[in-house]
Write a protein that binds this ligand. Structure first.
Ligand code: G1P
Length: 279
């Protein structure tokens, strides 16, 4: 059977309250890191991994996202033939190579619920999930490309993890597992946003997942967990008990652009890269 993953879901319905007032009328995924909105970094990572069918689980006030991934005739006509034309080259490539489908999550019932809302865009095949807030720079290959390799070998759901300081585990889903091969763990337990004393380790899930499609039925039967929301972490725990779920310590770097500090770090990092590209 074909092992290639073609689809990816971006849950983007969240309100981005941590960045108010910047996110009052502008989706947080459209905040630029240097000259590119956050979501475009994620779409480029998905495209590199061959996941060119982009599904966006959107919400109220997010129309700018759909406009970004579309042609802008007036603008393109204006800059056609000028030195500025090249600035739209990357997004042109995205539009040529990817398809975009949208569905709306009308109630905020958690990440698990957002992913379940995306079922209509995915159907019955394995798929990737990108939380655009986590901006990842892979070492060599992108993080989703690295994860797709693990999926092709083991054919089960895979979550990306990284070590975080113990005082930060309460912000993440945290796993317990045994190492199967270098950097790949079989998960025995996962806890959503534990107190430091309840955390099974300091290996935190970051916003990249590859999920097998049986996850949808599992989510449908997952009761609300932390914060009264349907958590993907809880659904994955059930999947781990039934089959196998792997955690993968990715090679590269992640910026937590859901926080102001992480966003500024990402900006500094990409500004250095931007300056190098100008030389
Ligand atoms: C979500 C997940 C959490 C994961 C995190 C990664 O939390 O629920 O398990 O560790 O993303 O960014 P959120 O950041 O949406 O609160």
């Amino acid at each position: 059977m074909d092992r290639k993953i073609r689809k990816v879901v971006f849950p983007v319905a969240g309100l981005g309250t941590r960045f108010l007032p910047a996110t009052k009328a502008n989706p947080k995924e459209m905040l630029p890191v240097v000259d590119k909105p956050l979501i475009q970094y994620g779409v480029e990572e998905a495209m590199e991994a061959g996941m060119n069918n982009i599904g966006i689980v959107t919400g109220r006030g997010k129309r700018a996202l759909a406009d970004h991934f579309d042609v802008s005739y007036e603008l393109e006509h204006q800059i056609s033939g000028s030195s500025k034309e090249g600035l739209l080259a990357d997004i042109r490539t995205i539009l040529d190579e990817c398809t975009f489908s949208y569905t709306r999550q009308s109630e905020m019932k958690g990440l698990g619920h957002a992913i379940l809302t995306g079922e209509t865009l995915i159907g019955r095949e394995p798929f990737g999930v990108i939380l655009a807030d986590d901006l990842c720079v892979g070492e060599g290959d992108g993080v989703l490309t690295q994860m797709a390799r693990i999926y092709a070998k083991y054919r089960c759901s895979v979550v990306a993890i990284e070590e975080v300081p113990p005082e930060e585990v309460h912000k993440y889903g945290v796993i317990e597992g045994s190492e199967l091969e270098d950097g790949v763990y079989v998960i025995s337990k996962m806890v959503e946003k534990p107190k430091p004393d309840d955390a099974p380790s300091n290996l935190a899930i970051i916003g990249r997942y590859i999920l097998t499609p049986d996850i949808f039925d599992v989510i449908r039967n997952t009761p609300p967990g932390r914060n009264g929301e349907i958590q993907i972490t809880d659904a994955l725990q059930i999947q781990a008990e039934r089959n196998m779920v792997l955690a993968y310590r990715f090679k590269g770097r992640r910026f937590d652009c859901g926080s102001v500090g992480g966003f500024v770090e990402a900006t500094n990092y990409f500004y250095e890269r931007w300056k190098e590209a100008q030389e």
